[in-house]
Design a protein around this ligand. Sequence first.
Ligand code: SER
Length: 326
Amino acid sequence: MTPESETILVTGACGQIGSELVPVLRKLYGAEKVIASDVVPPSPALENSGPFEKLDVTNRQEIGQLIHKHRVKAVYHLAAILSATGEKFPQKAWEVNINGLYNILEASRELGVRQVFCPSSIAVFGPATPRVNTPQDTVLSPTTIYGVTKVAGEHLCDYYVRKYNLDVRGCRFPGIISNETLPGGGTTDYAVAIFYEAILNRRYTCFLRPETRLPMMYMPDCLKSIIELMAADFSRLRHHSNFNLTAMSFSAADLAAEIKKHLPDFEVEYRPDFRQAIADSWPESIDDSAAREEWGWKPDYDLAAMTADMLRVLREKQRQGKLKYP
Ligand code: SER
């Protein structure tokens, strides 16, 4: 748990998770204590709610200066390139995901940061991993550069725990579904786009096949997991940077059918692209019993509850003329 007096730095604060985590952290710890940072300019909402600093995580010096200037004690390191963008720009994915993480860990070690959160992903798994109820400790042989960076990242984080007693924590997020900021460049992004298209056009062309089943989670559960994992008693943790985590699993067709219960004239067409191969290399369901046992993980939203809430929130935004897509 971050004591009230400590300053928190969030990297990637303008991204899908960051844009919703920052307000939660500001509410918990005070707006001035949470420094939002990103390489891109902030939204007015983010900029007006507390301090913002421009930060490129591949620049070690910038990170050091920021941590020093604000006497940062906890870092939520969310800046990363996701799976689909990674396949288009593998070198950039390595640069941001590996060198960026290394810079954060090194600066944290040198400047006395107490706690670091770094998300991992179901992308650490690959075709050789058991696909159903994927175990916590299993084969990690990803076929995407994103997965390669996440496996290396998990090991690097755990190394800093062992070698330097730096308190680094993280979980392997499944696809995250949210209604505030669109995800960028992931393979699970279809499960967000489908809601916007359903509301705006009643039609969606899906880039995965209908039977493609993947683990997923609604944003309120994602935020809850970050806060709870960071607050967990360190001495109870046997894992640190690599907790399996899930809330639900569904196929593209399952999600379309659930949305159709609310919008009966909604139609989906399936035109798989290069992201199909990525999805096919990932698990369809996850065993997250280690997270449940070690820090009490328990999700609140299943497919039906998530779908109903997504549609409620997005329709409300539409009524207010605030539904922005893409
Ligand atoms: N949502 C991510 C992606 O699709 C998985 O971590 O890349």
